[in-house]
Design a protein around this ligand. Structure first.
Ligand code: PLP
Length: 392
């Protein structure tokens, strides 16, 4: 019997514990697993027999998370990592070799941008950052050695939306992989693999866990590629292994993903409409607003419009600074996707690893404010913003 998405959020990946019947997956807080005999150990190392060996290589708490997220994203397999960056770097280490070329969106999460722009050149991997929303320019920029096209389903923090189906087609025609960071959306909003992407990565720290108490990452894709991510990326190279306890919390968080994300998005729509009505605001970028430049694309590939908002105040950086220091209910903090609403300043915080020139090229202006809309009563969120506007 096929089960629907909401049912899978609750059930998939969890099986009553064979020994005790525990319905919630127990925490297997162990570094190693005893073999019955020498032959069993040898068979497991050869991969001839399923079973656990050592937690860096696999653990029942990881398996539960991997089964759930693979199913929710519509992929064959998944790998959990100690952080979103652990998952992203493991995927890129696996897909790329010296001499390869990457086409990446000009705006990306700050550390992903740094990895590609500042670190990979040391290993002979070059990246062209460009506006991926222009598909004919993308087609023209592909080189014979382009192995990866990399984007975020919604760019952090500028809110540009990637045309995933269009990019996937270009990647397939050129024997490259389309890797999509789906952190901003979660599979409740957008499912990149169904649109043709090869690999999805997440900072599971954000919506997937959703409670602001774990750092974690996941990669989802074909069984063949994810097997290589574990063997070549996670296991041998980066060692970015999650802890069993954090995997347990992540699984618990994902059980309510289908309830939390639509509420986040509904709250964000109300906050975005309020911001748009304010005379102090120069620009609000939120895919649900009529004036959003990529409204048609958003309607095509997003089930909801997400819960992240970018805003520019007329008073620029000084007004922005005052504003983020004046909110009381909104917490001045980086991260996103928590139950609590968060507000921050990308140029001096999440994207400060980029030089001034890189920020300008990425479209991150000094006055841009990023807001992660939480699960509070939206009227309370709006009341708090009203008093922060009054303080300007
Ligand atoms: C937070 C974030 C990351 C990095 O994830 P960590 O869990 O902090 O390592 C990557 N991509 C996006 C879009 C993010 O928001």
């Amino acid at each position: 019997m096929t089960r629907r998405f909401d049912t899978e959020c609750v059930h998939c990946g969890t099986h009553p514990d064979p020994q005790t019947g525990a319905l919630s997956t127990p925490i297997y807080q162990t570094s190693t697993f005893a073999f019955k005999n020498a032959d069993e150990g040898a068979r497991r190392f050869k991969g001839e027999e399923k079973g656990y060996i050592y937690t860096r290589l696999g653990n029942p708490n990881f398996t539960a998370v991997e089964e759930k997220i693979a199913l929710l994203e519509g992929g064959e397999a998944a790998a959990v990592a100690a952080s979103g960056m652990g998952a992203i770097s493991s995927v890129l280490w696996t897909a790329l070799s010296s001499g390869d070329h990457v086409l990446a969106a000009k705006t990306l999460y700050g550390c992903t941008h740094s990895l590609l722009s500042h670190q990979f050149p040391r290993f002979g991997i070059e990246t062209t950052f460009m506006d991926l929303t222009d598909l004919s320019a993308v087609r023209a920029a592909v080189k014979p050695n382009t192995r990866v096209i990399y984007c975020e389903s919604i760019s952090n923090p500028t809110m540009a939306i990637a045309d995933i189906a269009g990019l996937a087609k270009i990647a397939r025609e050129n024997n490259a992989l389309l890797v999509v960071d789906n952190t901003y959306c979660s599979p409740v909003v957008t499912r990149p693999l169904e649109l043709g992407a090869h690999v999805v990565v997440h900072s599971a720290t954000k919506y997937l866990n959703g409670h602001g108490d774990v750092i974690a990452g996941v990669a989802v894709g074909s069984a063949e590629f994810i097997g290589r991510v574990k063997m070549e990326g996670l296991k041998d190279l980066t060692g970015a292994t999650l802890s069993p306890f954090d995997a347990y919390l992540l699984l618990r968080g994902m059980k309510t993903l289908h309830l939390r994300v639509p509420r986040h998005c509904g709250n964000a729509m109300k906050v975005a409409e309020f911001l748009e009505s304010r005379p102090e605001v120069a620009e609000v970028r939120y895919p649900g607003l009529d004036g959003f430049p990529q409204k048609e694309l958003a309607g095509r590939q997003m089930k909801y419009f997400g819960a992240m908002i970018a805003m520019e105040l007329k008073g620029g950086y000084e007004a922005g600074k005052k504003f983020i220091e004046s909110t009381r209910l909104w917490t001045l903090a980086v991260s996103l996707g928590d139950a609590e609403s968060l507000i921050q300043h990308p140029a001096s915080m999440t994207h400060s690893a980029l030089s001034d020139e890189e920020q300008a090229a990425a479209g991150i202006s000094k006055g841009l404010i990023r807001m992660s809309v939480g699960l509070e009563d939206p009227e309370d969120l709006i009341d708090d913003l009203k008093q922060a506007f009054a303080a300007l």
